[in-house]
Design a protein. Structure first.
Length: 246
């Protein structure tokens, strides 16, 4: 299967890197920045002259542009058969109306698709080929279109929130005397191991297992509560949702 990316930005790059070695080819366009050619070089694909030529040559199109230019781009994709839309805050119906002759699948991925450990929320057409390709990139969850905004605020945005937490803990470790590079390595590996554990155990159970009464972790958790960290994550998710809904 040949996949054509309309747009060669951050999310297109993450998906293309995750698909290296899995497809018959990858094609890319951009709006003139040169990112399509750069990405094509990196992943062993090809930059294409126009969106129309991309739609002619690809079996599956990934719409990876900003939502505001949907109509402009859709007008150039007349011959597309199956289209995966990554457009944030853009209902399936809206994309399907812009591309009336194509089967449209709505997908909300996160950047961890680059290492094939992404989460990909999916709604829309039952394209077995598209689903098979997406499953290579991580954990696929079918979701009603109406729940996509809420899922985006968690799935799409959370890698940035978790990265911030890792950075802050590592910085604190460095301030406590660890070499900064080592502090980051320790926190990253701790995060990876904790994520594995959290697949088996409830978060409250993990917290309880670490924080013995009167111990140092308990003191740390009490400090996080005093600083309002839990509430701050709630505020962050709501802020993302508000921005998304304009
Ligand atoms: N980033 C994420 O984590 C994430 C997560 C989930 C969903 N998404 C969704 O994915 C989509 C892309 O986001 P992004 O973060 O990858 O954006 P981005 O980095 O800004 O990339 C957008 C790409 O679209 C290209 N473009 C603009 N006009 C075009 C046109 N007429 N024809 C072809 N390409 C065109 C741009 O070209 P130039 O390179 O020439 O500027 C750029 O390569 C958005 O709808 C977003 O909601 C993103």
């Amino acid at each position: 299967m040949v996949v054509g990316f309309v747009g060669s930005g951050s999310m297109a790059a993450a998906m293309a890197r995750g698909w290296v070695g899995e497809l018959d080819g990858m094609l890319f366009t951009d709006s003139g920045s040169g990112r399509a050619a750069e990405l094509a070089r990196e992943v062993g694909g090809e930059a294409v002259e126009s969106n129309a030529a991309l739609a002619e040559a690809a079996d599956l199109i990934v719409l990876a542009v900003k939502p505001a230019i949907l109509d402009e781009v859709a007008a150039e994709l007349g011959s597309a058969k199956t289209v995966i839309s990554l457009l944030g805050a853009t209902p399936l119906e809206r994309v399907a109306a812009a591309l009336p002759d194509a089967e449209v699948v709505r997908v909300m991925p996160n950047v961890a698709v680059e290492v094939r450990r992404g989460v990909l929320c999916l709604a829309g057409a039952e394209s077995t080929e598209a689903r098979g390709a997406l499953e290579v990139l991580g954990h696929v969850v079918e979701l009603p279109d109406s729940e996509f905004d809420a899922a985006t605020a968690v799935v799409g945005c959370a890698p940035a929130y978790l990265a911030l937490a890792v950075e802050a803990i590592a910085d604190a470790g460095a301030a406590a005397g660890l070499d900064p590079g080592l502090a980051r390595e320790l926190v990253v590996e701790t995060t990876a191991g904790t994520a594995e554990l959290l697949r088996l155990r409830h978060p409250a159970e993990v917290r309880k297992a670490v924080a013995s009464p009167g111990g140092s972790t308990e003191a740390g958790l009490e400090a996080l509560d005093r600083e309002g960290v839990r509430g701050a994550f709630g505020v962050a998710v709501r802020a993302s949702l508000e921005r998304m809904r304009g």
